[in-house]
Write a protein that binds this ligand. Sequence first.
Ligand SMILES: Cc1cc2nc3c(=O)[nH]c(=O)nc-3n(C[C@H](O)[C@H](O)[C@H](O)COP(=O)(O)O)c2cc1C
Length: 387
Amino acid sequence: MSDSLSESGFDLDHVDRLLTTTRAVRKRLDLEREVSDKLIFECIDLAEQAPTGGNDASRRWMVIRDQDTKNELGRLYAEVGTLFINARGHLDGTGHPKERVVSSGAYLVENFSRAPVLVMCAIWGIHDNSGRPGLFDSAIPSAWSFNLALRSRGLGTAYATMLNNKSDEVAALLGIPSGVTTLVCFPVGYTCGHEFSPAPRRPASDITYFDQWGFTRNRPSIDGSARIEDGPGVVVEIDTDARPKAVWEVISDIGMPARFSEELVDAEWTSDGDRGIGSTFRGSNSIPDVRDWDTNCIVTAWKDRETFEWRVTDAQKPGAIWRFDLVEQGGGSRLRFSMTIGKENNGTAPRALKDPSQESEILRTRRLIHKANMQRVIEGVKGLVDG
Ligand SMILES: Cc1cc2nc3c(=O)[nH]c(=O)nc-3n(C[C@H](O)[C@H](O)[C@H](O)COP(=O)(O)O)c2cc1C
């Protein structure tokens, strides 16, 4: 028996490998090796175990093997896919973060019709924004199960949706009646080799919020309640039309974001030279009737146009860790502003630790104040860069 058997009897090494290495396969599709109907049936049967709204059996699958039909689908796919081909021309050799996916996507555009088999997942119904379950929501879980089933059997595919922009032409070509929505057309083949790596993704602790939108914890809590020990934090995010360069100019000039916050009213650099890891600045608050403070901050991460992190008071024993992260998003930027409350060197930890029965509530109240302030900061930054 494997050490990795779960309580329910699954070998987690295998299950986790399947879940973490089912990648979008394009350049590594074996375009020469035939794929049997038997395997396709098997994978669709597995996929059909996925949930469906109201338990309606409304999903339908199409398997396309006829080369003329595949060519026509390939032609339609390429009409939409010119954006990949053009983008590849711009990005090849630049080291841009999207260079690989664009090159891979462009390859698929050029070879779509050469996949040994195309499998389309469709569902009875038209998305009417009624909020009722079904339609896309019922098709997507099974479409992903189909991917997993393929991978487990040495096959691969990419979740190709661009034909959705040509749904009328696709329906005419394949004789699909009105009232049916097609969602994804999988180019299926054996994979060249079976080793695939997990993708770099954000850890759960960054993107999982507990009890209140934006409330994070760095570590799992022992009893589910918020505790200083677990690194409680807050995240706020905003999308801007402005590109990362413009947003970075505002957030990296520490006095600018500070002026939108009600707590940190003033901040100025106290170190000379280029800004970067090890630079310091002083932040202070002198709002009447509010606790006055004045604190040193040390920059602990700095990547131009991407990341700016600083620790309050002491880099090893920070009172808090604050951080801006910036990514390009849909032609603009997504700005993420986050903070983690430290175990010492702040006003919150001693209060929270004094009475464990109050710890969670004290952290909640403090974080609601942080969240409101941080929201003001990102909205202020957006106002500046988009205004
Ligand atoms: C909703 C959705 C639509 C997608 N559409 C396409 C597509 O039209 N063409 C394509 O080549 N890949 C498409 N993909 C695959 C993504 O590009 C791919 O999942 C992503 O680059 C991450 O790669 P990975 O799955 O290997 O981690 C789509 C994925 C999803 C979830």
